[in-house]
Design a binder for this molecule. Structure first.
Ligand SMILES: Cc1cc2nc3c(=O)[nH]c(=O)nc-3n(C[C@H](O)[C@H](O)[C@H](O)COP(=O)(O)OP(=O)(O)OC[C@H]3O[C@@H](n4cnc5c(N)ncnc54)[C@H](O)[C@@H]3O)c2cc1C
Length: 458
């Protein structure tokens, strides 16, 4: 297994990354991206075990409900790059079906997975294409590159061109895993491509964002400092991918298999994270109400109760997803599609309302609190100390910590990114609603409805 230092060294591979209009020559030392790399490095150190047989537990294939639960707990304790291993799980889950058309696909996936586990690498999921006009199919777009496609091939591999959007962690991981975003139709074989591309491959260009504060007092951004990971637009400018890294190539009939499977693993991780997030929102709401002296007011208590119910329902969906898991073709335990998707939809649908409650409870200082630097400044510190105090015994320092945490979590650049992410990640609400409906036992529901209409036997 890699240590944090080895992980950081592994990113110094000449990858092509741009941030804020400039080329980043070393993502580990850049002011924005370096902070994210160090978050991941700390995770490597926390998980590190010495010895050649040591293996990151994220590569353990869950075969029992306890192992599936352990996986969820692991993901919520670490930065998002561990959760992105969902893409490796998705490939393994899909391998049996992909092997129907390409007998070697399963072997290639397994070999790649084992190699990734041995190298202890991190992944990014590249599924969302540029898409151009959303009403037009890939082959109907005025530019054929708006969905990633194969533009050439030789005896050793394929050449891909196109761009994938919103790639979380792209600049600070090793494996960029490209998947078709949806089912392709006959005639769209060039777009039915799934493969794994090392991030330093020539022709891979990442145009990225950083959600880290690059100035200001460190206590003003306590959450993004621990969690913020960049998102990239990844351009494939005629990138050669050897066949041993190609998992789907032209099989339109099975082009949606991996995306569907990724949806399940991605949403399971989403439900686990959002259950945890629900607890954090409830705790933050209670703490700020106590600090403001409003915890006993009935409308405040009602709003906190709503957040508590939100967190509890999300936990309940996670529990149901685990309790109703099913064994897949290769013995891997798969969480319930129904409860995973319903849980993720529930959590994403109501997240904005829970944030509204938190903002309502906390008050406007979330948006306007002075910096901790103002508290430290001898010219302003005494005023901040005097006027930012809250309920009896609650200091300005304590209240500032709460307001900055809530701002950072829900109302600044990182908080805004998170709000959009919870809504859109895992394929967006529409996909979650569709999968939930498809897995709901409507025949049973109709039977129960019909039973209501039966006359009583006298
Ligand atoms: C912070 C963040 C991180 C993300 N991380 C990743 C990642 O790591 N990897 C990755 O691959 N993706 C990632 N995503 C992408 C995410 O899955 C997409 O944002 C989501 O699938 C929506 O796609 P889009 O952003 O292109 O929006 P659009 O496709 O433009 O969708 C916008 C709206 O239009 C609707 N819509 C679009 N086309 C149609 C249609 N033909 N018919 C009906 N309705 C339609 C959608 O349902 C949605 O409501 C991330 C997104 C965010 C915000």
């Amino acid at each position: 297994m890699m240590t944090g230092a080895q992980y950081l060294a592994s990113l110094q591979d000449g990858r092509t990354v741009f941030l804020d209009g400039a080329r980043v020559h070393d993502v580990t030392t850049d002011a924005g991206l370096g902070q994210s790399a160090r978050i991941v490095a700390r995770g490597y150190d926390a998980l590190h075990r010495p010895g050649p047989d040591a293996r990151n537990p994220v590569f353990t294939i869950p075969r029992t409900a306890e192992e599936l639960r352990a996986r969820c707990e692991l993901l919520t304790k670490h930065d998002v790059t561990l959760s992105l291993s969902a893409v490796a799980m998705a490939l393994l889950t899909s391998s049996t079906e992909l092997t129907h058309a390409d007998p070697a696909a399963g072997e290639r996936i397994q070999h790649w997975f084992d190699d990734c586990a041995t190298r202890d690498v991190r992944f990014a999921e590249l599924i969302t294409d540029a898409k151009g006009d959303r009403m037009l199919a890939p082959s109907q777009q005025d530019d054929p590159d708006l969905y990633v496609r194969v533009v050439d091939r030789d005896s050793t591999g394929v050449v891909i061109r196109g761009a994938k959007f919103h790639t979380t962690a792209g600049p600070i991981v090793h494996e960029l895993v490209v998947l078709p975003t949806k089912r392709m139709k006959p005639g769209e074989e060039q777009y039915a491509i799934a493969c794994a591309v090392p991030a330093d491959t020539p022709g891979v260009i990442q145009i990225t964002s950083s959600h880290h504060a690059r100035h200001g007092h460190p206590r003003d951004k306590p959450i993004s400092a621990k969690l913020a990971i960049p998102d990239s637009m990844v351009v494939f400018d005629d990138v050669h991918v050897p066949y041993e890294r190609v998992f789907l190539d032209g099989d339109v009939a099975r082009s949606a298999v991996i995306a569907h499977s990724l949806g399940l693993w991605e949403r399971l991780s989403g439900v686990a994270h959002m259950a945890h997030l629900g607890d954090q929102l409830a705790g933050m709401a209670q703490l700020v109400a106590e600090a403001n002296g409003t915890a006993g007011i009935s409308h405040i208590k009602d709003k906190i109760a709503d957040i508590v119910i939100y967190a509890t329902m999300t936990h309940a969906c996670l529990e149901a997803a685990l309790a109703n898991s099913e064994v897949g073709a290769d013995g891997m335990l798969l969480p319930s599609e129904l409860y995973t998707n319903a849980g993720k939809l529930h959590a994403a649908n109501h997240y904005a309302v829970m944030v509204r409650h938190l903002h309502d409870i906390a008050g406007g200082t979330i948006a306007t609190a002075p910096s901790f630097a103002d508290l430290a400044n001898p010219e302003t510190g005494a005023f901040v100390e005097k006027y930012l105090r809250g309920a009896k015994g609650v200091s300005a320092d304590e209240r500032l910590a709460l307001f900055h945490a809530i701002r950072n979590m829900t109302a600044d650049e990182w908080g805004g990114r998170e709000a959009v992410s919870w809504l859109q990640s895992g394929g967006g609400l529409f996909a979650q609603r569709t999968v939930t409906r498809n897995h709901y036992d409507m025949a049973h529901a109709k039977a129960t409805a019909r039973a209501l209409m039966e006359p009583i036997d006298d």
